[in-house]
Design a protein. Structure first.
Length: 744
């Protein structure tokens, strides 16, 4: 993605609604891109050669004729257009590898254009670790078909059968007359050619890969390290102004009055009212901030009575009837055959996404068209929302997504883009809305607070006999048990995206939504069961695990870690956790030391093994694992939102603590090869085990059970005191459902 004066450097395009365009309209638009070979892949009810089922995942205004497409220009450059965005997870590299592989061109010959609603195929949004494992299939198939079309063009040019055409290094030649050769650019001759194959050619075998599967440096690395990468907040347009918006002091507060007279005395200030939106505009952001601070506003404040101390009781009272995620046998029957029952309740607090780049958007109105540069995970959703808000046709709203400085699920909603668009329409000027850190926290959709209750039993041999799992408001992702337990049931009370009335503010997806909570509760409980059975935690798990992929990652992690058998708690501070997310299997082991005086947890070492099927970019996969582990330290040890009656007490990093470099342990990763499977997700799996692996490590080190995330020093000291003063409680024999006894 290249920018000059804030604009993506491509030829102008026609006005077309990406959701409803006809084939002819789309072809006309592509003609304005400068020519080249355009490859279409049908979607909807179609299964392309039975390789990539397209129905089910994509819904809404998906183009009915096209999905991914490739442009090959006369200069032999390949441009790959995808609706996904780049926010640090690396598809800008892996998509280029996949396209280059199937086209038989050099990786460096492929340019990427991402997340531009006017140039790229529609996409539901960048989330769920779906970019490579799903959209990557579309890119691969488009490139494969492109090569097939190029072979046909070459066969026509050389007057030979298609079977004699060989491709390589961006060229096609006749295998029997090697002198007959042409570059892809020469074959397309800079023209737009609409051509479809009757039968799709076979995809390359992974055994023949020369680009996919090889480690490639992230193609955005140099730009980001040198500070040359363009984010939404870096875009500049002539005459643009910065907007600062009057915000309420608490969730649920209602504005009664606002006196702007003091703000108006600052030179250059423009006060804008648009319905419920009251903004101060100025050519300089600091002047706009000073002005908005001078507005004398009165608000009514809510009295909900809900705070971060009693939220868990509130959630249990609000719980709907459960749905059953999975079950086998009969839990009541299983209870009858048990020698020991372990019952516990686990909690986690609200957690912010806390991206380094706050929500930012620049809106530029030109007549009845508006262009928005936005930090968003869902540019097409922003396009629709802005069009609806302004009353514009969707084709007249263009959303361009430069690099995004972190999202983690929090930039699926883009209120800042709508605000910028409203103000641009009101003033006729380019308007940038860049949320402050306090605004980012206030309007963030937090990972929901949640409760997990587990009741389980062991038989006389120390095997798991039954498992009764209840999760409240975290959601079902990763809650299903994959161990061989004869009697089990996983009950889900509300999902992570429950609407207003449950939580005191908005909640939403947070990097592997639900999985962090469920894996933490499951693995800590399994460790408590292993302790009760008098077994080593790894042997306890493997003893009731037939799943081949899970066994392989557990054994790979144990080998790398150097795990030796010992009953837990052993005093060593060894932790273990494993789970499945985005179809990827992951196992993590850690070593910690606990300062019992201060309650500080020192994470010394983390080993993570991951089976993610066929790997496109091993370096990119490793970076994602390391990033997940680092980010996971935060939700496991320190990150939580404190609040009272809708007012947030944490609105910056002075009180909301995220991981720093001094926290980092020695991180070791293992990519377990499994090329027989298609690529699986890599952006989230490694984070799901961090709560569980550190909680089990603390338990192994001290015998104390940390039943609430994050495991702050205060909670560690309380857990140690409980263990010391009430050994029975420390041995997990507590069966009460009350929360207040140990919450906080």
């Amino acid at each position: 993605m290249r920018f000059k004066d804030g604009y993506l450097q491509t030829a102008p395009t026609a006005d077309v609604d990406a959701g409803t365009m006809s084939r002819r309209e789309f072809l006309k638009r592509l003609g304005l891109l400068g020519g080249g070979l355009i490859i279409y892949c049908a979607i909807g009810d179609v299964t392309v050669s039975a390789r990539t089922p397209r129905q089910g995942f994509l819904s809404g205004n998906v183009p009915t004729d096209f999905n991914a497409f490739i442009r090959i220009t006369a200069d032999n450059r390949i441009t790959c257009f995808v609706g996904k965005i780049e926010m640090g997870q690396g598809p800008i590299t892996s998509f280029a590898q996949m396209a280059a592989e199937e086209l038989d061109v050099a990786y460096e010959a492929v340019d990427m254009v991402m997340g531009d609603t006017e140039l790229c195929p529609w996409d539901a949004g960048t989330w769920g670790s779906l970019s490579t494992r799903l959209y990557g299939n579309f890119v691969t198939e488009a490139a494969c078909e492109a090569k097939g079309v190029l072979k046909e063009l070459a066969a026509e040019r050389f007057n030979c059968p298609v079977a004699r055409i060989i491709t390589g290094n961006g060229k096609a030649h006749d295998s029997e007359q090697p002198a007959q050769t042409a570059t892809y650019g020469e074959l397309t001759a800079g023209k737009v050619i609409e051509k479809h194959l009757k039968d799709l050619p076979p995809l390359k075998s992974p055994a023949d890969y020369t680009i996919s599967g090889k480690p490639y440096l992230r193609r955005d690395a140099l730009e980001k390290v040198t500070g040359n990468a363009q984010y939404a907040g870096d875009i500049r347009l002539p005459g643009m102004v910065y907007a600062k918006i009057l915000r309420p002091p608490a969730h649920g507060a209602r504005q009664l009055s606002a006196d702007t007279s003091a703000a108006e005395r600052i030179e250059g200030v423009e006060i804008v009212r648009d319905g419920d939106l009251l903004a101060v505009l100025h050519p300089y952001p600091d002047a706009a901030q000073r002005a908005v601070e001078r507005i004398n506003a009165q608000f009514t404040l809510p009295e909900t009575g809900i705070n971060d101390k009693n939220i868990f009781d509130h959630l249990l009272k609000m719980a709907p009837e459960p749905s059953i995620a999975s079950q086998a046998g009969d839990v009541k029957t299983g209870e009858k055959g048990t020698a020991a029952i372990i019952e516990e309740t686990y909690l986690n607090n609200y957690v912010s996404h806390a991206p380094m780049e706050t929500h930012t958007a620049l809106a530029h109105l030109e007549g009845q068209k508006i262009t928005i540069w936005a930090s968003t995970q869902a540019p097409f959703a922003v396009q629709r929302e802005v069009a609806q808000t302004l009353g514009f046709q969707q084709k007249n709203v263009r959303v361009i997504t430069p690099f995004v400085g972190g999202g983690f699920g929090g930039k699926g909603s883009s209120g800042q883009a709508v605000e910028a668009a409203r103000l641009a329409r009101k003033t006729g000027k380019p308007v940038m809305v860049m949320w402050s850190r306090a605004e980012e926290f206030f309007y963030d959709t937090f990972r929901p607070a949640a409760v997990v209750k587990i009741r389980s039993g062991l038989d006389n041999a120390g095997h798991m006999q039954f498992w009764d799992y209840h999760v409240y408001f975290a959601g079902r992702r990763a809650c299903e048990i994959f161990y061989d337990i004869p009697h089990h049931r996983e009950s889900v009370y509300g999902e992570w995206n429950m609407g207003p009335g449950i939580h005191p503010f908005a909640v939403g997806p947070w990097r592997a939504p639900a999985a962090n909570t469920n894996v933490y509760a499951r693995d800590l409980h399994l460790n408590l069961m292993a302790a009760k059975a008098g077994k080593d935690p790894l042997e306890f798990r493997l003893g009731q695990l037939k799943d081949r992929r899970m066994r392989s990652v557990l054994e790979a992690a144990a080998k790398k870690f150097g795990w030796t058998s010992a009953k837990t708690p052993s005093g060593r501070g060894f932790g273990i956790s494993c789970g499945i997310d985005a179809e990827t299997y992951v196992a993590t082991m850690a070593e910690v030391a606990v300062d019992e005086k201060t309650g500080m947890i020192d994470v010394k070492r983390v080993v993570c093994a991951q089976d993610m099927g066929r790997i496109i970019n091993p370096q990119g996969a490793t970076i994602q694992m390391e990033g997940c582990i680092t980010m996971g330290l935060g939700y496991a040890l320190r990150e939580e939102i404190r609040f009272d009656n809708g007012r947030l007490m944490d609105t910056n990093f002075d009180t909301y603590t995220i991981p720093s470099f001094s926290w980092l342990p020695k991180i070791e990763t293992v990519l377990v090869p499994n090329p027989s499977l298609p690529p699986k997700g890599g952006g989230e799996p490694a984070i799901i085990c961090m709560g569980g692996v550190l909680a089990t490590a603390v338990h192994d080190a001290t015998g104390a059970t940390l039943r609430q995330l994050p495991m702050t020093p205060e909670r560690v000291k309380k857990a140690l005191a409980v263990k010391k003063n009430n050994p029975a409680r420390g041995e997990m024999l507590f069966r009460s459902n009350k929360l207040r006894a140990y919450a906080q």
